[in-house]
Write a protein that binds this ligand. Sequence first.
Ligand SMILES: Cc1ncc(COP(=O)(O)O)c(CN[C@@H]2CONC2=O)c1O
Length: 500
Amino acid sequence: LSRFMSSTSDMAASSDSTSSLPVTLDSINPKVLKCEYAVRGEIVNIAQKLQEDLKSNKDAYPFDEIIYCNIGNPQSLGQLPIRFFREVLALCDHSSLLDETETHGLFSTDSIDRAWKILDQIPGRATGAYSHSQGIKGLRDVIAAGIEARDSFPADPNDIFLTDGASPAVHMMMQLLLSSEKDGILCPIPQYPLYSASIALHGGSLVPYYLDEATGWGLEISDLKKQLEEARAKGITVRALVVINPGNPTGQVLAEENQRDIVNFCKQEGLVLLADEVYQENVYVPDKKFHSFKKVARSLGYGEKDMSLVSFQSVSKGYYGECGKRGGYMEVTGFTSDVREQIYKMASVNLCSNISGQILASLVMSPPKPGDDSYDSYMVERDGILSSMAKRAKTLEDALNNLEGVTCNRAEGAMYLFPRINLPHKAIEAAEAEKTAPDAFYCKRLLNATGVVVVPGSGFGQVPGTWHFRCTILPQEDKILAIVDRLTAFHKSFMDEFRD
Ligand SMILES: Cc1ncc(COP(=O)(O)O)c(CN[C@@H]2CONC2=O)c1O
């Protein structure tokens, strides 16, 4: 004991004397250092500091509020949750309300009925209990039925893994597929940085394929093939192809023919197709429609034994925007049963996803139907949110296209605009002098002048030598007009300062 005490005191002495804590940047996992996530990066950190300053001195800056346009977080910007969804959640979480007569005066009959049905599917009728590691079977049945109704092709509840949002589902698939830097994932550029971050965290290689801005962020199969062959020539085994449709940050909705080409490419090249479809309800233009990759693959005659396809969905987007409830799922198809068991084992390590998120995922995939008590009010809420998003997207898109040296493809879907800024050389030189990427330089100047927070295109990837930023369409309509005014005034002064 004395030897232990002396060594302990020595350790105590040494730590006191060097006052060095045991963990340093040099001693943590280098994959963590390599990981980046610009959506909540440097610009947002600066914005939060400015916001603190404004609290203590409202005249500190030439604006009176920070407007966060950096993250697809609808309810933080005034969007209301869907009443039916919240009624069902409340009744499930406080089920004794179902025994009270007053409840019938406060809640719709279909939310009461739905809550009873959901509770009957939960062992012990307890939303506070762990569930099956893939999620409550009865909810997976409902989600599978919703997928079948959407696609008109069968969906198996046992292919569904309910997760705490789509993010952990993406991490699980990267963890499954990536063994080393010799394993690669084909990712779109620009991409949502969850993918580059997860690939870095799991020690794999990102194999880029560039979306073509000139054709509305179209995806050229020839570029996919070129990137695939170059990666293979470097000894990288490309395991999967990520497609985000509708696109983040680019906002395009893929044409069905393009989707067929992508499915055929994955089939021919033996790639897992990772289909990120969290914006499937966010389509704003009449000439585009969402088709799931599962439906496209089945329509081409590809079944379980022909290709591996993982589809990701979330309760964070759409017209529901329930980001904080952390709900979503991945539909895992076309894997052998022994691999499926490994995926289940990974899910079981986390025990289960949160039950509110699970319930919400089932509601998103099986909302009120015609004739239900809530249907009319639900449709008013849903259509009101989506039509307003379409209007806000168009307003912002038109304003951006009116700015000197700025071009912006239309937001066909999702929640973002991704304009290209042709920055004058003087601005690029000024950015270099500050050791900052030119688009980050522009975004910082925008923030400091207007309080508007956007994310530099360098955080999503872009064709070298081009500069963009991403702005959400989420502030309410009156705020969108304020953003347009502030952005227009700022951009003019910026160009006056740096015009070549
Ligand atoms: C394409 C895409 N996939 C997955 C996710 C993760 O969603 P979960 O909330 O279900 O984990 C997001 C979130 N969108 C981020 C967050 O807000 N703005 C963005 O660009 C996303 O845009």
